[in-house]
Design a protein around this ligand. Structure first.
Ligand SMILES: Nc1ncnc2c1ncn2[C@@H]1O[C@H](COP(=O)(O)OP(=O)(O)O)[C@@H](O)[C@H]1O
Ligand SMILES: [Mg+2]
Length: 208
């Protein structure tokens, strides 16, 4: 049998309440994702979707801890890897597309510098080609004047959905498998003329 891309076995995640009691956020969750498969997790707000997505990357928010179970990515136990090993996987082999991608950018760093960081850390593109590749990728999400966007800070007219869409596209190029989208509908890049493409489908098709 081929190894699943993500193999979550019986995980429980929780935190210690002021009373000293351990309270669960996730209880006995099993989930496997095979290569090429798309899995949607539906649940009301606060039901643990984001916690599960983050746990798939071997990450838990401050205060939370793994109570039981295991998370494997391509056969690697994510909660027993070193920081260096995790850094190689995160953003290189496994991407999280946050709910508000635009607002996830550091406001004090130019957009270009932040996008190019992914190329620098996780691609074989040479440094002299980084800017050209960045312009090409921004162009693919149909943003006007990608060159100018690279030198802007993440504020003003290129905020929110636009930059979110860029990041989605970015992931499609930089990270072939797999992307974990938190509320991906919120990431769709909308053209200024109102056209609303379906980048998630395009993403899957182009990323395989
Ligand atoms: N650091 C934390 N400490 C305690 N509880 C937390 C922490 N982070 C999240 N939670 C709780 O875990 C539950 C699941 O949160 P979350 O995974 O963000 O849900 P969803 O993404 O489905 O809206 C929520 O009830 C939230 O309050
Ligand atoms: Mg969430």
């Amino acid at each position: 049998m081929t190894t699943p891309v993500i193999d979550i076995r019986d995980i429980s995640v929780g935190f210690t309440a002021k009373s000293g009691a351990t309270l669960p956020v996730l209880r006995n969750i099993d989930l496997t994702v095979a290569e090429g498969e798309s899995v949607g997790i539906v649940g009301e707000s606060g039901s643990g979707k984001s916690t599960l997505a983050l746990a798939s990357m071997g990450f838990l928010k401050r205060g939370l801890r793994l109570l039981d179970g295991s998370v494997a990515f391509s056969g690697k136990d994510m909660f027993s890897l070193t920081r260096t090993e995790l850094e190689k996987i995160r953003g290189g082999e496994l991407a999280l597309i946050p709910q508000n991608s635009g607002q996830s950018l550091t406001p004090t760093l130019r957009i270009g510098a932040q996008l190019i960081e992914a190329l620098r850390l996780h691609s074989s593109v040479s440094a002299s080609e980084h800017s050209a590749k960045a312009v090409e990728l921004l162009g693919q999400v149909r943003l006007p004047d990608p060159k100018a966007i690279l030198s802007r800070f993440p504020s003003g007219s290129v905020r929110g959905r636009h930059v979110g869409g860029c990041i989605l596209r970015w992931c499609s190029w930089a990270v072939p498998v797999p992307g974990l989208g938190s509320t991906p509908a919120g990431l769709f890049c909308r053209r200024t003329d109102g056209e609303s493409p379906a980048p998630l489908r395009q993403w899957r098709t182009s990323a395989g």
